[in-house]
Ligand binder design. Structure first.
Ligand code: TPP
Length: 631
């Protein structure tokens, strides 16, 4: 695709666009779109959100003096245009790859990223921190948070509003309302915004149209007119930003977030206004704007693989084994057909977790609670207390948000909430922020929990079944991103004996004890060692908690060397093993024991395979650990 980007070529840093005229800014926006679509077609990545904030990004960098002024993006998946304008355009073709740019904001990547993010709903709180620090130090730069309507459904956003509205520091919050999360947004706040959105669209088309545009550059006159008419049409529910006003913010908008005239005059007004205190500017945008295939698709090309620019057709990867997510989803549906007490909960991730398929079958038994993992867990606890069998289906990294509800609302009351923890282990291109490193550590220390980790997708089927029938207390199972190993899937899941692992291969002297999907590499290492006449034992723990103490003692007694392997941080499975062996006096008897866990540092984005190698959890490393121990 030939790219002509004469204006964009002149922008190396934001200061370069500050002398542009408004028509030039409009042209620049077109060029950014072209550039962005072209790049992401070759790299894959987050596209729809970035396309939706092109004009907003241009207007922000035109009016504000970043990096002096702090622009803080929520989630950070929409920052590709921001990266293009802030000195990173040449490296955009490396985005989300090893040694390349991160797909999100990252402090050590650029001075234009004052705050790193990738989990949602953090921008208002962090921006408030910046604003308070500025005021304490008598500085006078601007602080701007940009938050999406999806991220606004997270409780943390409201904690930020709550505090900011009361403290009253000067702060600009821009609500980028595109009526989309990854899936259509849900919840009462979303309904509230929707009313504003639709009344605005209606009024814009029917009543005001070009007349209002003529009233520029006084955007808030426009907003006021809109609000007035909007109130008339939408039973006072829209256009006055009541909810935000009541929280102590001045509310402006809604304005068209793709109209640079409106954006520039609105932001200029907010920048220059005399009043102190926090303000919220409500912009209405369209996710995927300017790229027809994205606009038309269900998820607005939230996150895409490589694609053909002319048609938007995604390059298909060759069909392999089904993904763990699909196997989980199919299994849960099967269990739910048998047991009507099973319900599924997702926190704004229906497609990523496979809960969308469940909801097609059981719409009344599916709950998308919004971008709200904390609430999801406590809500599940309530359901379980009333005798339902809730599956809280949440990525490992996002479940971190719910640590206290897991302890306080679920575990202490020993409520049988089922935790289906997807994306456990390395996740590749999403990098540090999305790595499922800690679940075994943060759940392993909590009383009452049963914790399982399937070695392959067939095991996952059994674990879904086991969790479905386990009413004694909380139970969790964690499984990775991506395809399974290709094993045959059982017709039906079997109920596993709680706390029982399995011996996969019996040898002598050396035992490998695997937790989860590292088993394949343990077996590969064992095969390779067998070529050097080393016959080693391989076992699959299946349960992290309760740990199979008989199996563990047997491995310890019958071998000289025990190596545990898991794709998780220290504090997880190996810690349970060490603890159990220590308390059974097995560490005093000459057993050589090593644990292979994730290293004590955050690994950047790369392919999952490469991350596993960097973490030294692959078969080569397992083999060399054994060789070293044997001497
Ligand atoms: C705590 C947390 N949970 C889930 C996600 C996954 N996630 C990434 S973006 C997104 C939707 C965000 O929607 P919105 O804020 O409206 O931004 P948009 O993509 O529409 O621009 C979700 C659910 C996340 N990043 N963080």
């Amino acid at each position: 695709m030939s790219l002509s980007t004469p204006l964009l070529d002149r922008v190396k840093i934001p200061a370069d666009l500050r002398n542009f005229s408004i028509p030039q800014l409009k042209q620049l926006s077109k060029e950014i779109r072209l550039d962005l679509i072209n790049t992401v077609s070759q790299t894959g990545g987050h596209l729809g959100a970035g396309l939706g904030v092109v004009e907003l990004t241009v207007a922000l960098h035109y009016l504000f003096d970043a990096p002096e002024d702090k622009i803080i993006w929520d989630v950070g998946h929409q920052v590709y245009p921001h990266k293009i304008l802030t000195g990173r355009r040449e490296r955009m073709n490396t985005i989300r790859q090893g040694d390349g740019l991160s797909g999100f904001t990252k402090r050590d990547e650029s001075e234009y990223d004052p705050f790193g993010a990738a989990h949602a709903s953090t921008s208002i709180s962090s921006a408030l921190g910046f604003a308070v620090a500025r005021d304490l130090e008598d500085k006078d730069h601007n602080v701007i948070a940009v938050i999406g309507d999806g991220a606004l459904s997270g409780g943390l956003a409201f904690e930020g509003f709550n505090n900011a509205g009361a403290l009253g520091n000067r702060l600009i919050v821009i609500l980028n309302d595109n009526e989309m999360s990854i899936a259509p947004p849900v919840g009462a706040v979303s309904n509230y915004l929707s009313k504003i959105f639709s009344a605005y669209q209606y009024i814009k088309v029917r009543e005001i149209g070009s007349k209002v545009k003529g009233a520029l550059p006084s955007p808030f006159k426009v907003a006021a007119e809109l609000a007035e008419v909007a109130e008339k049409y939408a039973h006072k529910a829209v256009g006055d930003g009541g909810i935000f006003r009541d929280l102590g913010f001045e509310y402006f908008g809604p304005i068209d977030g793709h109209d640079l005239d409106q954006l520039v005059s609105a932001l200029r007004y907010l920048k220059e206004r005399e009043d102190e205190g926090p303000v919220l500017l409500h912009t209405l945008t369209y996710k995927g704007k300017g790229f027809a295939p994205a606009e038309k698709s269900d998820d607005k090309y939230h996150g895409v693989g490589k694609f053909d620019v002319a048609t938007g057709r995604l390059h298909k990867s060759s069909p392999g084994a089904p993904s763990y997510t699909k196997v989980f989803s199919d299994s849960l549906i099967r269990e739910a057909e048998r047991d009507e007490k099973i319900v599924a909960i997702t926190a704004a991730m229906p497609s990523g977790t496979g809960v969308d398929k469940f909801s097609e079958k059981f719409p009344e038994r599916t709950f998308d609670v919004g971008l709200a993992e904390q609430h999801a867990v406590t809500f599940a606890a309530g359901l379980a207390a009333e005798g339902l069998r809730p599956f809280a289906v949440i990525y490992s990294t996002f479940l971190q948000r719910a640590f206290d509800p897991i302890i306080h609302d679920v575990a202490i009351q020993n409520l049988p909430v089922r935790f289906a923890i997807d994306r456990a282990g390395y996740v590749g291109a999403d990098g540090q922020t999305h790595c499922g490193a800690f679940d075994l550590a943060y759940l392993g220390c909590i009383p009452n929990f049963v914790i399982m980790a399937p070695a392959d997708e067939a095991e996952l089927v059994h674990m879904v079944k086991t969790a479905a029938v386990w009413d004694e207390g909380p139970i969790a199972f964690r499984y990775p991103r991506g395809s399974g190993t290709g094993v045959d899937l059982p017709e039906a899941g079997q109920i596993l004996d709680i706390g029982q692992g399995r011996l996969i291969r019996e040898g002598s002297r050396v035992a490998l004890l695997s937790c989860g999907t590292r088993l394949a590499d343990c077996l590969a290492a064992a095969d390779q060692l067998a070529e050097s006449k080393l016959d080693i034992t391989v076992a699959d723990a299946r349960f992290v908690k309760p740990i199979d103490i008989d199996l563990l003692l047997r491995l310890a007694r019958e071998h000289d060397i025990l190596v545990t392997v898991e794709e998780g941080s220290v504090g997880g499975f190996s810690t349970q093993v060490f603890h159990a062996l220590a308390n059974h006096g097995m560490l005093d008897k000459g057993l050589k024991i090593r644990s292979l866990v994730m290293p004590d540092r955050f690994l950047d984005q790369d392919t999952p395979q490469r991350q596993v190698e960097m973490a030294k959890l692959d078969s080569e490393q397992i083999k060399s650990t054994v060789r070293e121990l044997i001497g």
